[in-house]
Design a protein around this ligand. Structure first.
Ligand code: HEM
Length: 158
């Protein structure tokens, strides 16, 4: 009787974990072919957690804040605002249901004098956050491609 109950409980737990999706989901090759990047990342909950961690890491980064324009913006633009916009953007561009209502990448970054060195530092920090959350290599590469597509609008300083 007890072992039957335990069996039932463990099956129920497995099912709950399956449907709730804790953390970024692992995607096998079939899922990769059929599911959006948004779904393979596990949807809005894990995306918002990873974006939140990423913003927390970049706003205190000494290398980025050595750029006076970035440092000045950090002091006046709330992290919560950036987290909101970046989450909506990642959700939208990965195929999720959100709508990004922020500025273009050119308008949001043109006053920041972002250099190639700043960009490379951001990429290193982004990768470290994705690694920390166990995002699979294929999904990391797809995210990097999306981020990379914004580079020409963001890196404006020599
Ligand atoms: C070295 C790279 C980057 C740095 C240093 C940086 C820094 C910043 C800063 C300081 C702001 C606030 C600007 C202000 O309101 O005065 C901002 C806004 C924003 N950034 Fe970045 N950013 C970088 C790359 C990116 C990338 C790759 C994305 C997304 C693909 C992104 C998405 C955004 C968004 C959505 C906003 C808010 C737009 C709005 O206010 O409407 N940023 N960024």
């Amino acid at each position: 009787m007890l072992s039957q109950r335990l069996k039932f409980l463990s099956m129920a737990l497995f099912f709950i974990m399956l449907v709730s999706g804790t953390g970024f989901a692992y995607a096998d090759s079939h899922e990769r072919d059929t599911k959006s990047l948004y779904s393979r990342l596990g949807g809005l909950q894990p995306i918002s957690v990873v974006v939140s961690d990423f913003i927390d890491v970049i706003v205190v980064d000494d290398t980025l804040n050595a750029n006076p324009a970035i440092d000045a913006a950090r002091k006046v633009v709330p992290s919560a605002y950036l987290k909101y916009h970046v989450t909506a953007m990642v959700c939208q561009v990965t195929g999720g249901p959100c709508k990004y209502h922020g500025r273009t990448m050119k308008d949001a970054h043109s006053h920041l004098n972002i250099t190639e060195k700043d960009w490379q530092q951001m990429v290193v920090l982004f990768k470290s956050v994705l690694d920390k959350h166990g995002v699979a290599e294929t999904e990391q590469q797809e995210l990097m491609t999306i981020v990379g597509s914004t580079k020409a609008e963001i890196v404006t300083a020599p």
